[in-house]
Write a protein that binds this ligand. Structure first.
Ligand code: CA
Length: 512
C-alpha cells in the first residue's frame, strides 16, 4: 500500500512535481493536544481514576510512550518548545508572561515550505498571532469553557456552546471542506481542557455523581523529606482552591440557559455541602473529590470529541495515511503531594502523555520506554513529512522509534529547567537532570539540591542528596548535568528573583 520514500527522494519529488501522485504518499499529521492532562487520568496508561476509551484507541492501534518528559512544565513555554524544537532559553519563552517571537523558525513554517497545508484550531496561548499556518482559529489567551471568542486573521468570532465541542466542530469543518485535498496537511487540534477552571460540558455534569474517586497515597504529604521549596508553594487542594474551582458558584462564561441547567445539578450538591459543615482533613477530602471529578469530567469531554475525530478519519478513509499523535503540554497533579497544577520536575508534572497511531507503520499495541521529550516533536513532524530537520533543532526525530528501532546513541539523560518565579503558585526556579534511575534537582537561586532514587522511592518522598551512600551518584549526575547545560547552551539565569508568597487562590501576593 505504501511507497516508502527516503527524505532525499521526497525532496526531489517535491521539487520536480506540483500535484504529482507522490504528494499523496506523504502522510498527513494530526496533532491532538490538551492542556494539563496527566498520564494518570488516561486509561491507556493504567489510570486508577477514569476511563478514556477513545484516546485509548490511539494507543491500542499504535504506540504508547512511557517516558515522554517535558523540558519546562508549564503551558506557553511547552508550546514554544514544541513549535521550535528548542529549549526555552533559546526560543525566548521562559514563562507564561512573555510574548512568543513568531518571527523565528518553527516546524509549521518549514512544513509550509515543503508543500504541506498547515492548520491550528483551539488553544494557542502564546499572545502573539500564529505564524506558519494556512488556517488558524484560536482561543484568545486561556479562553473560557463556554461561549468562547476566537481570534481569526484580522477579526474575532464568538461562538455559542461548550468549547471542547466547538473546537472539534471547527477541526472537522476544516478537514471536510476547508482544505485542499490534493496536498498533505498538518493540523494542530488543541483543546483548552482539562485546564484549571475544570468546567465540564452539560453531558458530563452527572458523571461520577454516585461514586468516590480513590485518593492518591500522598494526598497528605508534609514535604518533610525535601529541600525547602516544596513546602512553600501555593498549589494545595487543602488551601488554594477558590469558590470557582470548587463549583460553589456557576462558571462566569455561561449564558442564562446554561446557568439554569447548571443550577439544577449543582445547587442541591452545594446545599448538601454547606449543611455538612466539614472541617480539617474531611474538608480536604471533600475538596479533592469535587476537584478530581470536575477535572475528570472535562477529560471525558475531550475523550468523546477525540472519538468523533477518529470516527471521521475512519469514515473518510483519511485514517490510513494520517499519523495521529496525542499529547498534552505537560503532566499535572491530581492530588499527589496534596497538589493540583504542574511546574515541578517531580514525576507527575515532568511526564506527559504521548500516543502515536500510524497505520501500517507503527506496530499496534506497542509500548516504548525510550526517554523522549516534547523537545523532539518538531524534528519528528519534519521527518515524517520528509523534511530534513535543521541542525539548530535541539531535539531528535522519533520516527525511527515509531518504526520500531531506538537509535543506539539515543539519550539516557534529560535536562529540565523551570523559570516562572515569582509567579502563580510560587514554585521556586529549578533545573535538573533525570536518568532512568535517578533525578537530581538544583534550586539554584538558593543553592539547595534534591536527589531521588526513582527505583527505591518512586513517589519521590525522601531526598537522598545528603546520604553518603549516594555520594558517587551525586558526583556523576552533577558532571552529566554540567555537560547537558553546555550541550544545550544554557546561560546562567540572572533575572531578579523572589520572594513569592501565595494568596488563597495560589496567586503571588505582590508587595509594593
Ligand atoms: Ca498546561
Amino acid at each position: 500500500m505504501y511507497i516508502r520514500l527516503t527524505p532525499l527522494l521526497l525532496v526531489l519529488a517535491v521539487g520536480a512535481c506540483n500535484t504529482a501522485p507522490q504528494e499523496a504518499e506523504r502522510p498527513n499529521i494530526i496533532f491532538i493536544f490538551t492542556d494539563d492532562h496527566t498520564t494518570r487520568a488516561l486509561s491507556a496508561y493504567g489510570s486508577q481514576v477514569n476511563e478514556t476509551p477513545h484516546l485509548d484507541r490511539i494507543a491500542e492501534e499504535g504506540m504508547r510512550f512511557d517516558q515522554c518528559l517535558v523540558t519546562n512544565s508549564i503551558c506557553a513555554p511547552s508550546r514554544a518548545v514544541i513549535l521550535t524544537g528548542k529549549h526555552s532559553h533559546l526560543n525566548g519563552q521562559l514563562t507564561n508572561g512573555q510574548l512568543f517571537d513568531g518571527a523565528q523558525q518553527t516546524f509549521p513554517k518549514l512544513l509550509q515550505q515543503a508543500g504541506y497545508q498547515t492548520g491550528i484550531v483551539g488553544k494557542w496561548h502564546l499572545r502573539s498571532q500564529p505564524t506558519g499556518f494556512d488556517y488558524w482559529q484560536v482561543l484568545i489567551g486561556q479562553g473560557p469553557y463556554y461561549n468562547p471568542r476566537f481570534l481569526v486573521p484580522n477579526d474575532t468570532v464568538r461562538m455559542e456552546g461548550y468549547t471542547t465541542d466547538i473546537i472539534t466542530d471547527l477541526a472537522l469543518d476544516w478537514l471536510q471542506t476547508g482544505r485542499d485535498t490534493e496536498r498533505p496537511f498538518m493540523l494542530m487540534y488543541q483543546h483548552k481542557a482539562p485546564h484549571r477552571g475544570w468546567h465540564p460540558g452539560p453531558d458530563h455534569f452527572e458523571m461520577y455523581a454516585d461514586r468516590e474517586i480513590p485518593e492518591p497515597p500522598t494526598l497528605f504529604d508534609d514535604y518533610s523529606g525535601r529541600a525547602s521549596p516544596a513546602a512553600e508553594q501555593g498549589m494545595t487542594i487543602a488551601r488554594h482552591l477558590n469558590v470557582n474551582d470548587l463549583k460553589l458558584v456557576p462558571p462566569s462564561s455561561m449564558n442564562e440557559a446554561q446557568v439554569a441547567r447548571w443550577r439544577e445539578v449543582y445547587d442541591p450538591r452545594n446545599e448538601e455541602f454547606h449543611a455538612a459543615g466539614l472541617e480539617g482533613d474531611d474538608l480536604t477530602r471533600w475538596k479533592y473529590q469535587r476537584y478530581i471529578k470536575e477535572y475528570l469530567r472535562t477529560v471525558a469531554g475531550v475523550d468523546d470529541n477525540v472519538g468523533r475525530l477518529l470516527d471521521y478519519l475512519d469514515a473518510s478513509g483519511l485514517a490510513e495515511n494520517t499519523v495521529v499523535i496525542y499529547s498534552s503540554d505537560q503532566g499535572w497533579y491530581i492530588g499527589e503531594h496534596g497538589w493540583y497544577d504542574k511546574r515541578w520536575m517531580y514525576e507527575e508534572s515532568l511526564l506527559t502523555p504521548l500516543l502515536v497511531r500510524w497505520p501500517g507503520q507503527v506496530e499496534a499495541g506497542s509500548v516504548s520506554s525510550a526517554m523522549v521529550s516534547n523537545l523532539d516533536f518538531a524534528a519528528t513532524f519534519l521527518d515524517l513529512a520528509g523534511v530534513e530537520p535543521p541542525a539548530d533543532l535541539q531535539g531528535r526525530s522519533l520516527k525511527p522509534i515509531f518504526l520500531g528501532e531506538v537509535p543506539e546513541d539515543w539519550r539516557t539523560s534529560h535536562y529540565y529547567h523551570y523559570y516562572e518565579y515569582p509567579g502563580y503558585h510560587c514554585v521556586e526556579r529549578h533545573y535538573g537532570i533525570r536518568t532512568a534511575t535517578h533525578k537530581l534537582i538544583h534550586f539554584y537561586t538558593r543553592d539547595e539540591w534534591e536527589l531521588f532514587d526513582l527505583q527505591a522511592d518512586p513517589m519521590e518522598l525522601n531526598s537522598v542528596y545528603a546520604d553518603a551512600a549516594y555520594a558517587d551518584i551525586v558526583t556523576e549526575l552533577k558532571e552529566e548535568l554540567a555537560r547537558l547545560r553546555i550541550q544545550y547552551a544554557v546561560p546562567e539565569d540572572e533575572r531578579p528573583t523572589g520572594p513569592c508568597i501565595p494568596d488563597e487562590r495560589g496567586a503571588p501576593i505582590r508587595n509594593s
